[in-house]
Structures are given as C-alpha cells and as structure tokens.
Ligand binder design. Structure first.
Ligand code: DXP
Ligand SMILES: NCC(=O)COP(=O)(O)O
Length: 254
C-alpha cells in the first residue's frame, strides 16, 4: 500500500511543523508519531524530518521514535532525514541508517533552507561523507538549486539523488517569468537524470502548485512536503490532507 510504483512520485510527509507546535508546551501533543501513523495509514509513502541543531522542531528523541515506528510497523516505508552533514546529520546516519539522507547546506540557525550545494566549491568536503553514508546503506540526496550545470558535479561526488529546491518555483507562480522558471527546473531534472541521478523535489510545494510541477518536471521520484501539508492538515485532518496530496500526484500522471 505504501510503496510508490516506479512510475509514480512518492509522497514523503515532513512532520517538522507538528513538532514545532508540540514544542510550545510540555504535554507531548500533537504527537509526531501519531501524525506519521495517520499519514501512512492514509497512503503516504514516507516520512521526512529535518532535525535542526537548535532543536526548534524535530528533536533527537523524535527521530528515534519515528525510526522505531517505521521499522516495527511500516517496514519498507522510507525514512528521510534531512540536515547538514557537517553539523548533526551524520550522527543520525551512523546510528539509524535511514533509507535516505538529504544533505542540506544550512547554517546552524538557518530560518529555513534557502539554497543548495555549490560545485566545485563543496565537492571535496562532501565526497567522504557521501561515501560513508552510502557504505552504511543510506541513499544520499543533495539539496540543489535548479542549476542544470551543477548536476554532473553532484553525480561525480557520489550522490544517488538530488532534491531540487522548489521555493523559487513556488514563488514564481503568477509572475511573468513563471514558465521560464519552471522550464529551468525541468532542465535541471533532465540534466541530473542524464548523468544517472534520480530526482526528488521539495520546499514550499503545496496542493496549489504540486500537480503543475510534476507535469512539467519529468520522473520526480519523491516530493517531501511539510509546511503547506501541515497547514492543510490543521483544516482537513492528516488523512484527508494525505489523500489530497496523493490526488495531486495522480493528477499529474493522468
Ligand atoms: C530541505 C528543505 O527544504 C526542508 O527541510 C525545509 O528546510 C524544511 O525545514 P523547516 O521546516 O525547518 O523550514
Ligand atoms: N525537503 C523539503 C521538505 O521536507 C519540506 O519542505 P516544506 O514543505 O516544509 O517547505
């Protein structure tokens, strides 16, 4: 049920913002484990977290509890941990060996992710950490701006996937340059796939923009969606929100 077919984009629900709300009291509600369970019961294909060094939302304990949940109750469902491998991400990679680690070049106190890796500048320091993660059986995805010219270098350092940073796409909607912006994402995906990388996407994706993105950008393996998803879930509930996002993915394929 929760396995995406090879031709369909997988939906990985990011539960950061559930933890953000939970952290405003000491009551343990809303529960990220309960949120993840309800999303998976409704058909989500994976769970994403971004445990930032300041623990403003997802905390170390959440990562461990979600890992245990997936391992025990949802074998085969993908756990994607995002973060900066030069800060705290590799601790989780080494201890938990998630299915996927998404390397993101954020600063320790970054408001939210707002850029991808840069090549050739980041290549040599990334290479050994990518190799280490892969040796542990962890797929490595690099968070990248939609820059077709960078994709060969992302492959050369050993990445399995790239995650296209989609805030630029989301922000361009309704602007005169929207088609050109979207075309750049499609070109970046094609450049990545041409060198053997698989393509993920995320940041500010929503029910309003997801289908158009997937129609234009070929063969996206996975979208990770959190902020808009949780906003929708506050109104509709986790199960209905999950079904709505799965419908957006399905609409792109029809
Ligand atoms: C890499 C990425 O785009 C997401 O992880 C995003 O940064 C969400 O993080 P916040 O929920 O902390 O904004
Ligand atoms: N990788 C992106 C992600 O996990 C969620 O980003 P957002 O939907 O919270 O902007």
């Amino acid at each position: 049920m929760n396995t995406a077919t090879s031709s369909r984009t997988a939906l990985s629900v990011n539960v950061n913002k559930v933890a953000l709300l939970r952290n405003t009291r000491h009551l343990g509600i809303p529960s990220v484990v309960r949120a993840a369970t309800l999303c998976l019961q409704a058909g989500a294909h994976g769970i994403t977290v971004h445990p930032r060094p300041d623990a403003r939302h997802i905390r170390t304990g959440d990562v461990h509890e979600l890992h245990a949940l997936l391992k025990q109750d949802w074998p085969g469902v993908e756990f994607n941990i995002e973060g900066n491998p030069f800060h705290n991400l590799m601790d989780f990679v080494r201890e938990l060996r998630p299915h996927q680690a998404t390397f993101v070049p954020d600063s320790e106190d970054q408001f939210t992710s707002d850029h991808g890796w840069t090549f050739p500048q980041d290549a040599e320091r990334l290479r050994p950490l990518i190799a280490e993660a892969k040796a542990l059986g962890v797929r490595v995805s690099l968070f990248m701006d939609p820059a077709p010219e960078m994709m060969a270098a992302a492959r050369a350092v050993g990445a399995d996937r790239v995650e296209l940073y989609t805030e630029g796409y989301a922000a361009s909607r309704g602007r005169p340059d929207a088609d050109a912006v979207l075309a750049r994402y499609a070109a970046a995906a094609q450049a990545a796939q041409a060198v053997g990388l698989e393509v993920n996407a995320g940041h500010d994706l929503s029910q309003e923009n997801l289908t158009d993105f997937l129609r234009a950008v070929p063969q996206v393996k996975e979208v990770s969606i959190g902020h808009a998803f949780v906003a929708d879930a506050l109104e509709a509930g986790y199960a209905a929100a999950t079904r709505a996002y799965l419908a957006c993915i399905e609409a792109a394929a029809s």
